[in-house]
Design a protein around this ligand. Sequence first.
Ligand SMILES: O=C(O)c1cccc(C(=O)CC[C@H]2O[C@@H](n3cnc4c(=O)[nH]cnc43)[C@H](O)[C@@H]2O)c1
Length: 237
Amino acid sequence: MLALVFATSRESRACLGPAHAGIREGQWAAITVHDRPCLQVITGIGPVNAALVFGKVLATFPRLQGAINLGIGGSFDLDRADLGEWAAATRETWPEIGVRHKAGVHARTLGFPQGHAGQDTIWESIDLDPDAHARAMNVSLPPSMARLPFITVAGVTATHKRALFLQTMYNGGIENMEGFSLALACATHSLPFLEIRTVSNKVGPRDTKTWQFGKALGQLGRVLPALFATPVPHTTP
Ligand SMILES: O=C(O)c1cccc(C(=O)CC[C@H]2O[C@@H](n3cnc4c(=O)[nH]cnc43)[C@H](O)[C@@H]2O)c1
């Protein structure tokens, strides 16, 4: 069974359409999507809710096949991912964990990693391979979908200065509030993980006139039909 993980019921409803079970934030339900048994999970907003709720899910369903995080996000550069476009994460970074210096927050200075995945030590970043993980979950990632590094924050970026810092320091493509927690949970449980977000706004000053949350939510409805359209047969070497 695949977990389909959303932050809000609004995103879940927009993405799943009639398959959406009427659950609230903090809840999960078994559903069928395109003939595939799935677990719909709604965590609530932010990295703490995502970790808390998905941790409970992993304890309750130890035989999950993998997780797909679906939602909206902010784009640092509309030339890399424009409003309404979708993007898959090639890396998740949590730039808020560690020791806060003048020049930023350094996870390694603290000395305590976030976890381990095989031989790898996880500090503030987790490299992801969306195409390999899609194959492992028997879903197909459209070649036209942008593949970009994602940034997870507890506080939405609302200044040019901070947006530029995250973009240059971490090559930030898309900002969100849950992805790192879910990527960490999957990496430390050796589970495939995909994160796909549609762009609702540009990261930076709160220019609400330019926000397109409705368009991004509408585009979320196109993601699962694309992913489940022509599943690639999964072969183990
Ligand atoms: O009030 C604001 O300034 C603001 C700006 C962007 C998004 C929000 C939300 O309430 C949505 C948060 C929700 O959606 C994801 N998301 C969407 N855009 C962003 C963003 O620019 N930075 C971080 N997260 C974003 C996020 O994953 C949350 O689940 C409010």
